[in-house]
Ligand binder design. Structure first.
Ligand code: ATP
Ligand code: MG
Length: 178
């Protein structure tokens, strides 16, 4: 995804294996918990870019586990949307891979899910078009050798607060590189 405004904060994470991706997801969950008041007021939009198999779903799944979801966490590749209730927040996990036209976002009525108390984690966000929503956190996943790289940009104040929280949580685990 192209950045049209300079990020307020950028962090880079080298994820050597599945366990590292799970740790980053857990750190994201801790940041969401720590900023729940702000998210209840204004919501949080997390755009997850990256090629097929780069770990977007794995990251979200780990975050949901840390947030207390115990049941099956399905990839939304076919359903487009999976919903979870997290304490007083609603967690919407979208995947727009199957959109062939950005107009499908509005046509599906997905705009109504964005807003106060909503955490929207979106795989293939670029397929909904540039104007579809305002991103707070942009997570770019890449395959690198046998592992993954995550580059995260905070684009808004709540995004910056969450990325600071994520970074603090990550630094309590080994292999920190931010
Ligand atoms: N740090 C890592 N190192 C190596 N493999 C990883 C790492 N993190 C995740 N994986 C593996 O990469 C794959 C990622 O699959 P995942 O479904 O999360 O990709 P995705 O980005 O959501 O793809 P899609 O665009 O098809 O939805 C899984 O098999 C997972 O085990
Ligand atoms: Mg996926």
């Amino acid at each position: 995804m192209e950045l049209h405004t300079p990020p307020r904060l950028h962090c880079h994470f080298a994820l050597a294996d599945d366990a590292a991706t799970a740790r980053l997801g857990a750190a994201l969950a801790q940041a969401i918990e720590a900023n729940a008041d702000a998210i209840a007021r204004c919501g949080l939009v997390i755009a997850l870019s990256g090629e097929l198999g780069s770990g977007k779903t794995a990251l979200v799944r780990a975050a949901l586990r840390r947030l207390g979801v115990t049941g099956l966490v399905r990839s939304p590749t076919f359903s487009l949307l999976e919903l979870y209730s997290i304490s007083r927040l609603n967690f919407y996990h979208f995947d727009f891979y199957r959109f062939s036209d950005a107009a499908e976002f509005a046509a599906a009525g997905f705009r109504d899910f964005f807003g106060p108390a909503a955490v929207c984690a979106i795989e293939w966000p670029e397929r909904a078009g540039e104007q579809a929503f305002t991103t707070d956190l942009l997570i770019r996943m890449q395959v690198a050798d046998s592992g993954r790289i995550a580059d995260i940009d905070a684009l808004t104040q709540v995004g910056q607060d969450c990325l600071n929280g994520l970074s603090r949580a990550w630094q309590t685990s080994p292999d920190a590189a931010c």
